[in-house]
Design a protein around this ligand. Structure first.
Ligand code: FAD
Length: 471
């Protein structure tokens, strides 16, 4: 009997243990993607990017004589209907680790088994299953460096090759049309701009990895912190939708390290930050929604989305060029350089004292590489209330950061049009990407800083001192 293969954030053929097993079983396979509550809850940019990924993956399956069936509804109901339509005897999937996904999948597994349907889940989204990495005392890790030490010498099995064939069923069940889902619609005019910066799909991700291994990884140590350059892999979109698997990256970077590539170990460490985020989310799911460290509820963050500081930050109009450049990069490309994310997040949570949750939610709406665990960990880390966090009193100074990481202003000039006689195309694209209701024009003047940096810093430090001296 057929296997229904439920695809979620694993839109790839290679390095896909569950799909490899389904193909190897010789049984007919019905690949399905379900537009369920978790898809409905996606922010505008991640939903848009998902649409691109689904289109590409459907075409890839089509090329090998298979299909991607699309259905909308709650997963148990859709799967039940598909079982009835196809006579399938099994439902298989790759594991996900958000608390909602764990609850949904455990209930589903029980229900399927009770109905006599085989339910199997597979790894493949992470390098290390979160429950397999334990401290000497048998707990989970709360600090990155010992986590890295615990996993860095582990054997990671070689990625499965892409199956040559996934056996189709005798008759295909009906599919909805991807275009009817309107996954890109909430992006409005931003979609057309961001689309030109996307390279969706497994083939594009593998190509990008080849290029990075050939020319980028050797310079990763030196260049990864320079937001104007092309010093990182830019594979986070593909990783977040599972268009490429982490084991593939682990092995390719490992080989590069073996051949003496300078930056390979640093790259592996960054990749392991992703696993660490999942490890934390699995063991402490409140990472996603509450201050991870107890005691922070007394901190007087601003929580009103109408807060003028927050509004200026979202619009890339704080008058702090490095922060504004970062936000504009995100609107035009769907991505933001890691250093820029840290600076933009620090400025919001410290200089402007706006709650990290507002920033996190904003990123979740605007990043095409949105990842629940990495985003939450990143924000809590910067804000000072997270695991292994930078202490609150360590406040990034955007001017010092600019001198160090953007000394010639290349990044700022690339993204900020105002004040330039001939702004680059990228800087002008920002005005095409953001909502018309923001009323922004490239020939307007660039705003003065909404908050003097030293004043913001002093205010944050004194709020911190009084919040924690009382508590
Ligand atoms: P590379 O430097 O090439 O690294 C390779 C891969 O390692 C990345 O693709 C990513 O999967 C992983 N990685 C690298 N750094 C980190 C990190 N600090 N934490 C977790 N994983 C990491 N990353 C996301 O994928 N999605 C998010 O929504 C996200 N939100 C963030 C929010 C904030 C406030 C901060 C500070 C960081 C956030 N990050 C997020 C982490 C990081 O900025 C991105 O993973 C990175 O910029 C992606 O670029 P890259 O693929 O070129 O990374």
């Amino acid at each position: 009997r057929a296997i229904i293969y439920w695809l979620r954030r694993d839109l790839r053929l290679a390095d896909h243990p569950g799909l490899a097993a389904a193909a190897a079983s010789g049984r007919p396979v019905v690949p399905v993607f379900i537009h369920d509550e978790s898809v409905a809850a996606l922010g505008a940019a991640p939903a848009f990017r998902l649409g691109l990924g689904l289109e590409r993956f459907g075409a890839t399956l089509g090329d090998m004589g298979s299909r991607l069936i699309l259905r909308r509804g709650s997963a148990p109901a859709v799967l039940q209907a598909l079982i009835a339509e196809t006579g399938a005897g099994a439902v298989w999937w790759t594991r996900e680790y958000t608390p909602q996904a764990i609850t949904r999948d455990s209930a589903l597994k029980t229900a399927l088994q009770q109905a006599g349907i085989e339910a199997r889940s597979f790894g493949g989204a992470l390098l290390f299953e979160p429950w397999t990495v334990e401290t000497g005392a048998g707990g989970f890790y709360k600090v990155y460096t010992p986590f890295w030490r615990a996993v860095s010498q582990r054997e990671v099995s070689a990625p499965d090759p892409a199956p040559a064939r996934v056996r189709p069923p005798e008759a295909w069940p009906g599919s909805e049309a991807l275009s009817d889902w309107g996954l890109g619609a909430p992006m409005r005019r931003g979609a057309a701009v961001v689309a030109t910066h996307q390279a969706p799909g497994e083939a594009a991700a593998l190509e990008r990895l080849d290029r990075f291994i050939a020319t980028g990884i050797g310079q990763y140590d030196a260049c990864r912190d320079l937001p104007a350059g092309d010093g990182t892999s830019t594979l986070s979109d593909a990783l977040s939708l599972g268009e490429i698997g982490p084991r593939t990256l682990w092995h390719r970077a490992g080989e590069a390290a073996h051949k003496g590539a300078q930056g390979a170990e640093t790259f592996l460490k960054q990749l392991v930050w992703r696993d660490f985020a999942y490890h934390l989310m699995y063991h402490t799911p409140h990472l996603l929604s509450e201050n991870w460290r107890p005691g922070w509820e007394v901190f007087p963050w601003a929580t009103d989305p109408a807060d003028p500081g927050f509004v200026a930050w979202t619009r890339g109009r704080t008058g702090v060029p490095l922060v504004d450049a970062a936000m504009r990069e995100m609107y035009v490309t769907g991505r933001m350089h890691n250093r820029a994310r840290m600076i933009a997040a620090s400025y919001l949570t410290k200089h402007l004292m706006v709650h990290w949750k507002l920033g996190m939610d904003w990123f979740a709406d605007c990043l095409t590489d949105w990842d629940p665990a990495a985003n939450a960990m990143g924000w809590q880390w910067v804000a000072g209330c997270g695991p292994d966090a930078a202490p609150y009193f360590r406040i990034f100074n955007p001017e010092t950061q600019a001198k160090k990481f953007d000394p010639k202003g290349r990044y700022r000039n690339h993204w900020i049009a105002e004040g330039q006689a001939e702004p680059p195309r990228a800087a002008l694209s920002y005005f095409d990407a953001v909502p018309r209701s923001w009323n922004l024009r490239p020939d307007a003047s660039y705003p003065p800083p909404i908050m003097a940096l030293d004043q913001g810093r002093r205010r944050a430090l004194s709020a911190y001192a009084s919040a924690f001296s009382q508590g």
